[in-house]
Write a protein that binds this ligand. Structure first.
Ligand code: AFP
Length: 325
């Protein structure tokens, strides 16, 4: 079943369906650029830095432009917050029904090594950006109308939730259309695989140190079984592995840079990925609270993210609670 047919079947919100179709078109355009690699100068760095102070890749900017072109053309988006722009971008359709928060090319530091990257979209209702400005984007993740990512890997995948389950579409390059290949993904509640950047270990909070230490002790420790570890430095790839076979992804708060609550951004990384995971039976916390319940304070706010298999996230929640006591 093609994406547009699926949308008509599961969603009566025509405007939302149009938005998702245009986001998918942006993904198809970016997939073609990524596949060209150095031939498109995609592995080149620019001399610019984004609002995070991170060096922008040439393709970060090109992807940002492609996304804006498609979202503007949809006619149903009022404004966009992008990782690649400090201020939000308002369109002429300022009273349109939706706001979009986007990471146009997540994991782009992997481009130079031909690694997997992706585009992450969070779709919110437009609560009045014409009068509220950027404040209109400061809605908790549970307000999202939809979330999706496009993953540029050996296959180009689009993973989507409209609040009724998480579904996977594969790009048919023969006719440039996304085809449903997995409906209603379910994350195994138990896992023996975790993903974390272990080089930050000395900066972690006690609850995370305790959890990872127990995984490392394996069968000789309290967990009574051995664990495996992965770290892709690409949230899209790590989250897709978890949706596919279970696991836990941790980018915890660390005191390496106390002014930052972690590395990942709430509006266009943590919230959309947390909704996709929750809709697949997993959970996502920032420590004691659910990521989707966090009231954003700013558009580029960072949060800790611990997400994945339900039983492991519940254990991490308990460890944070016990560390507080
Ligand atoms: P880039 O988009 O700058 O490559 O960052 C990717 C990311 O935001 C997320 O996709 C990864 O999970 C995380 O950063 C990797 O962070 P480390 O480089 O600290 O491992």
């Amino acid at each position: 079943m093609q994406l547009d047919v699926f949308l008509k079947q599961v969603s009566l919100n025509h405007a939302l369906n149009v938005l998702i179709w245009h986001a998918a078109q942006a993904g198809i355009e970016i997939a073609a650029l990524v596949k060209q690699g150095a031939l498109q100068g995609t592995t080149e760095k620019t001399t610019n830095t984004n609002v995070q102070g991170e060096t922008q890749m040439h393709l970060d900017i090109r992807s940002h432009e492609v996304v804006l072109e498609q979202l503007r053309a949809s006619g149903v988006v009022a404004a966009v917050v992008s990782e690649e722009a400090e201020e939000h971008i308002s369109f002429e359709t300022v009273d349109a029904p939706f706001l979009v928060c986007v990471d146009p090319l997540d994991g782009s530091s992997n481009l130079a090594i031909n690694g997997v990257v992706g585009s992450i979209f969070s779709i919110l209702p437009n609560t009045g950006v014409a009068t509220q400005g950027s404040q209109a984007f400061l809605q908790p993740g549970q307000a999202q109308r939809a979330a999706l990512y496009v993953m540029y890997g050996p296959a180009t995948l689009l993973v989507l939730t409209l609040g009724e389950g998480t579904h996977v579409f594969t790009l048919d390059h023969e006719n440039d259309s996304f085809v449903l290949t997995q409906q209603t993904v379910q994350i195994p509640p138990e896992t023996s695989e975790y993903a974390i950047n272990a080089s930050n270990q000395r900066y972690w909070q006690p609850a995370v140190k305790r959890y990872i230490d127990e995984c490392l002790q394996g069968a000789e420790g309290d967990r009574g079984r051995d664990f495996n570890m992965r770290w892709c430095a690409s949230m899209v790839m790590d989250v897709h592995r978890i949706l596919t076979r279970g696991g836990v992804f941790l980018y915890p708060r660390d005191n390496k840079q106390p002014v930052k609550a972690g590395r990942l951004r709430l509006l266009y990384e943590a919230n959309p990925m947390s909704l996709l995971v929750a809709q697949a039976g997993g959970e996502s916390i920032a420590g004691l609270e659910d990521v989707l319940a966090i009231q954003p304070a700013s558009c580029h706010q960072r949060v800790p993210v611990l997400l994945g298999s339900k039983q492991e996230i519940q254990r991490l929640r308990e460890y944070h609670q016990q560390a507080k006591e």
